[in-house]
Ligand binder design. Structure first.
Ligand SMILES: [Zn+2]
Length: 130
């Protein structure tokens, strides 16, 4: 592995953009297995080649800038997905309501009967069954 460490010295390596490129290449390869979509197999090489190029690139500053641009769009999506995932995980112990005024999602413990809820964002009061 020593030769590999020497080879990677001063090269960029991996980041979230590279992982996303790799995953999109894998997804395109899988789509290409569907009938009449074989041409996509060639397209699937594009993100893969980009991923390999970025990994071994010595222009580290430019790669960091590319990754930051990608994260600007990716981070809000990841936050949204994580929020939905946490919501599904908490469905057994919590009930979720939308504030009638500002549409903010409010989390309340289940099984507490009828409760008065005060929206943490706009302080609107509303009553719900938990
Ligand atoms: Zn509100």
């Amino acid at each position: 592995m020593n030769w590999f460490r020497n080879f990677m010295m001063g090269r960029y390596g991996s980041d979230k953009l590279n992982i996303a490129l790799l995953i999109s290449s894998i997804i395109l390869t899988l789509i290409a297995k569907l009938p009449k979509l074989g041409i996509i197999a060639y397209i699937s090489y594009i993100p893969l080649i980009l991923c390999i190029f970025r990994m071994f690139s010595r222009d580290i500053n430019r790669r960091i800038q590319e990754n930051n641009k990608f994260l600007k769009y990716y981070n809000p999506i990841e936050r949204w997905i994580k929020g939905k995932f946490n919501m599904i995980k908490g469905l057994k112990t919590y009930k979720y309501f939308k504030c009638p005024n500002c549409k903010q999602t409010v989390r309340v413990p289940r099984g507490k009967g009828r409760v008065n809820i005060i929206c943490p964002k706009c302080s609107t009061k509303f009553t719900q069954n938990t």
